[in-house]
Design a protein around this ligand. Structure first.
Ligand code: DHB
Ligand code: FE
Length: 277
């Protein structure tokens, strides 16, 4: 039987990829960000998860505004990165886990989620950076991309994203594959890249949200999408991916490590590593 060992989450600011490519981890601007990953990387080296389910949002690479699924699940043997070019240089393809993908897809449809299934799928910085950050030496896990629309209204409610995560967790727990599985939530925390509130950051909300991921994982689901955008910014709403990832690793957890640093780019950078208790 598969075993869900925990949940990881991190911001996915594209400039992180540029910093990795240029070896800037010790640079004073970047050090407080990269230093936050040490204990999580140690935990991953120790626990050796075989598969990562990556809850993320596409930013116009695989889905553009003309065709925007609310939820899409990858079922490909591999996923190629073909990002916009100002982050990490092109990476070798990420290996898929089609057996697990189909187990998840079948369970989600059975549970009345009307998802899009993708037997070919390009993945952008929101998918590649968490893997690169948590597995810096390479040799990363098999992957299943679960894409949530956080980009073009109408967005799925936080409550619905929690339900999606929970159903993904059920599918993984019931899967016969003898693998260790870790959930990953990508994006956030508070940021707004454009409009009158460009540069908006809400540290008190972010810190409360990060704590809730540990001990009250559905706390943020009390808010509507518009309330969450007001509290976190138009791109801070990417926290939906964190919520879904945590819901997919249900039950009590203990914190391996967390980090919160303002700013990277115009964004509050958060990192959280949780181990299933
Ligand atoms: C930035 C953050 C994002 O989440 C993103 O997708 C693109 C850019 C930024 O802070 O620069
Ligand atoms: Fe983003």
């Amino acid at each position: 039987m598969a075993r869900i060992i925990g949940a990881l989450a991190t911001s996915h600011i594209p400039a992180i990829g540029g910093a990795i490519a240029k070896g800037l981890e010790e640079d004073p601007y970047w050090k407080p960000f990269f230093d936050g990953f040490g204990p999580a990387r140690d935990w991953i080296r120790r626990e050796k998860p075989d598969v990562a389910i990556v809850f993320y949002n596409d930013h116009g690479l695989n889905f553009f505004l003309d065709k925007m699924p609310t939820f899409a699940v990858g079922a490909a043997p591999e996923y190629r990165n073909d990002d916009e070019g100002w982050g990490i240089p092109t990476l070798p393809p990420f290996k898929g886990a089609p057996d697990l993908s189909w187990a998840i897809i079948n369970h989600l449809v059975d549970r009345e989620f009307d998802i899009v299934t993708c037997q070919e799928m390009l993945v952008d910085h929101a998918f590649t950076l968490p893997i690169k950050l948590f597995w810096p030496e390479g040799g990363g896990p098999l992957t299943v991309p679960v894409c949530i629309n956080t980009v073009q209204f109408p967005l799925p409610s936080a409550k619905r994203c929690v339900a999606l995560g929970r159903a993904v967790g059920e599918a993984v727990a019931a899967w016969a594959g003898d693998k260790k599985v870790v959930m990953i939530g990508s994006g956030g925390l508070s940021h707004q890249l454009d409009g009158q509130r460009a540069g908006f950051i809400n540290k008190p909300f972010d810190l409360k949200f990060m704590q809730s991921m540990i001990d009250e994982p559905e706390w943020a689901a009390q808010y509507s999408i518009h309330e969450l955008v007001e509290k976190t910014g138009t791109q801070g709403i990417e926290l939906l991916n964190w919520l879904a990832a945590r819901a997919a690793a249900p039950g009590p957890v203990h914190k391996v490590h967390s980090n919160y640093h303002i700013p990277i780019s115009n964004t509050a950078a958060g990192m959280l590593a949780l181990e299933a208790a």
